[in-house]
Write a protein that binds this ligand. Sequence first.
Ligand code: NAD
Length: 366
Amino acid sequence: MRRYIVQTLRVELGDRSYSIVISGDMLGGVGPALADAGYQGRVALVSNPTVFDLYGAGVMASLRSSGLEPFRILIPDGEEYKSLASAESIYGELLRARLDRKSLLVALGGGVIGDITGFAASTYMRGIDFIQVPTTLLAQVDSSVGGKTGVNHPLGKNMIGTFWQPRLVWIDIGTLRTLPRREFLSGLAEVIKYGVIWDRDFFECLGRETDKVLGLDAATLGRVIRRSCEIKADVVSKDERESGLRAILNYGHTIGHAIETATGYTEYLHGEAIAIGMVAAARLAGVLGLIDGRQTEKIEALIRNYGLPTTIPGPVGFDEILSCMQLDKKTVSGTLTFVLPEKIGVVRLEKGVRPEDIRKAVDLSR
Ligand SMILES: NC(=O)c1ccc[n+]([C@@H]2O[C@H](COP(=O)([O-])OP(=O)(O)OC[C@H]3O[C@@H](n4cnc5c(N)ncnc54)[C@H](O)[C@@H]3O)[C@@H](O)[C@H]2O)c1
């Protein structure tokens, strides 16, 4: 992949606005960008051993050569380490290194590292700056943008968290070459989501460019990641704290989360469960008479063509799905709310969906 900067976008949030830089094979640009922004002194690079072995040395060298004094904090690889215990170990390292309120954290990794680093940054000394250097597709198009941080609790995923925006998101598309294929495909579910909820042309483009995207064509990926970030930035700028519009980013997540919970988080990657949830939600829109059947078929076909699952696994019963949905933190006072497509590019929030209608959609999705 040749070295280039595809584009810089802005997330407009007043004095918390920040840039998203999309580059190819340019991790070495992180240090100069931070020096330009006025950062000095000690910087903690938070990562896991998998990602650090691949990219840590390059980012550390870039920080050092820009006059910063980086040190690394590694937490073990895995969702189970997105925990308060790991956050506590990060605080310990920061305190021992005497990081102060002007210090900076750099998150180098996927969504797990980004979420926990953001959480640690938002709580350490009542909040210090951090930047995101996302290395999975999911993190590049979704979790690194928008400022949701958090850790899991034994009683629920992402139950402890904050809204805390990064100061910069530095995306290097080149890092996707080492990402396991299944993780890459899982990230594409969120990309397809943006097409369905916001931009019909983007959805159509994903249909035309399937082979190039799946073949990791750099220019195509650059465009796809840029458009995904633009849409997320647009939505977040209008509703940072999810009091309304931002909820549309949860398309596919109501049933998707229930499937993840019901299968103990071992069967499906997040994006795979969301893919199934997006098809089921489109079917639910059909059951409620909100969408034309041909549009539902197009959504399902695109998801399938990207190698993602589309059907709810047989062993997961409807009652289990329903009870998982009722326990979800996005379910308010037991009222089931869904993001449902009316047509590709347009969704609506549907409150108080009846369990019997959900059951019909679930049956259609087997
Ligand atoms: N904050 C948000 O808005 C938001 C949104 C969506 C998801 N999330 C969170 O994101 C997390 C999932 O993120 P994820 O899918 O990135 O998973 P992840 O962070 O666990 O990364 C997946 C795997 O890929 C490895 N990896 C990362 N980059 C690599 C690379 N370039 N080459 C080789 N291996 C690499 C990781 O070490 C890990 O084993 C979940 O905890 C989820 O709750 C947060």
